[in-house]
Design a protein around this ligand. Structure first.
Ligand code: GTP
Ligand code: MG
Length: 360
């Protein structure tokens, strides 16, 4: 799973990247404007709690890959230039995290001349819309000819779908506002449309804006809800310092600033939700581990994420939900109270299910 960090120049992409990946990029690296990539463990207190019970040799978390996408050039200080390299870089990501500047700093002038988050969100969306529209139009032209030549049902279906996309985009609606069934989704997957990707806007707030945070976030959320964009916020400067501290110092610092949860934890969880991802858990004396799956994954498919062998020789899943396990305190107690269940292939795995796959 890969998430691309995008945003106008000086919005704080590299700052957020360093915060979330707990890396430090030096000035020279930043100036080189290269694409940076890092894998981030998804913090999951449930894995820690299970490890307390089972005392395993290993605990394993799931992870997401973050990419600091570069390529947006500062234009002649009135506009931002979007390059093909930039748009191409965004395409390969599963989801977009759009860093939007809400801090003012004369040292780093805003490329559009003023701080205006709603405008900045729209600038990027418009660019993505135009890029998708160009691709749709181009493809429709070719498809129409092909459909005339060879009455192919699949091509016809694709054409119909792209015509719907064209209308949607011409009405300035991003493609993520459409509901596609899995068959259609598969049909157009290869295009990697930009406005089809889930997008999370992350406002980069001024250090002293803590009191305004909820208001700013909910105003923007209201404004962009119809476009299917989620909004969150972080304090770039503070949280970067925070991410580079030892845990003890960080706790102290957070208390001083009244930050309850680090951006790292919160934003990563928001990204997880945005992608429709959930975790199930495996446990035992060897390892306690979280696994990432999409919502609506069956027990059979979930077994396949652990190992294809488990999928091929799947007999049944034994399942107890993490909350029930914590409430009753042991597997034995869960069995006695009927919270330990046997499930078949088609069982839809829930977030927080503790699972044992029985196989032949
Ligand atoms: N005052 C203030 N400065 C910030 C904040 N976040 C980032 N900065 C500073 O703004 C400058 C630009 O931040 P970056 O994270 O490099 O921004 P970027 O989006 O990666 O910029 P480009 O890669 O050049 O497009 C850096 O010097 C940061 O230290 C913030 O919340 N407040
Ligand atoms: Mg940068």
């Amino acid at each position: 799973m890969q998430i691309g960090l995008v945003g106008l120049p000086f919005s704080g992409k590299s700052t957020l990247f360093q915060t979330m990946t707990r890396t430090h990029l030096d000035e020279a690296t930043l100036a080189r404007q290269q694409t940076n990539m890092a894998t981030v463990k998804i913090p999951d207190p449930r894995v820690d709690k299970l490890a307390e019970y089972f005392n395993p040799k290993k605990r394993v978390y799931t992870s997401i890959e973050f990419v600091d996408v570069v390529g947006l050039k500062k234009g002649d200080h009135t506009s931002t230039q979007f390059t093909g390299a930039f748009l191409g870089g965004v395409k390969t990501n599963d989801a977009i995290m759009h860093v939007v500047r809400a801090f003012d700093d004369p040292l780093y002038p805003h490329p559009e001349g003023s701080v205006d988050p709603a405008r900045d969100i729209a600038i990027l969306e418009t660019e993505f819309l135009l890029s998708d529209l160009a691709m749709v139009e181009n493809r429709i032209g070719k498809l129409r000819k092909e459909v005339l030549k060879m009455q192919d049902e699949k091509l016809k279906r694709e054409l119909g779908l792209l015509e719907l996309f064209q209308k949607t985009l011409e009405n300035e609606q991003p493609l993520r506002t459409l509901t596609l069934d899995s068959r259609d989704a598969l049909l157009i997957k290869g295009y990697q449309f930009l406005t089809l990707k889930p997008q999370l806007v992350v406002l980069n707030l001024e250090d002293d804006a803590a009191g305004d945070r909820d208001r700013l976030v909910s105003e923007l959320q209201e404004q962009f809800r119809d476009a299917g964009i989620a909004v969150d916020a972080f304090f770039g400067k503070i949280e970067m310092e925070l991410a580079q501290m030892e845990d003890e110092d960080a706790a102290e610092f957070m208390k001083d600033y009244g930050i309850e949860e680090s951006a790292l934890t919160r934003i990563i969880r928001a990204a997880y939700d945005m992608l429709g991802l959930i975790s199930f858990l495996t446990f035992g004396e060897d390892e306690c581990r979280a696994w990432t799956i999409r919502q609506d994954t069956t027990a059979h498919e979930a077994a396949g994420t652990i190992h294809t062998d488990l999928m091929n020789r799947f007999i049944r899943a034994e399942v107890v939900h993490y909350d029930d396990f914590i409430e009753h305190g042991s597997i034995q107690a869960c069995k006695e109270t009927g919270h330990w269940r046997l499930e078949g292939k088609d069982y839809i795995v829930k977030d927080g299910d503790m699972v044992i796959i029985r196989h032949g």
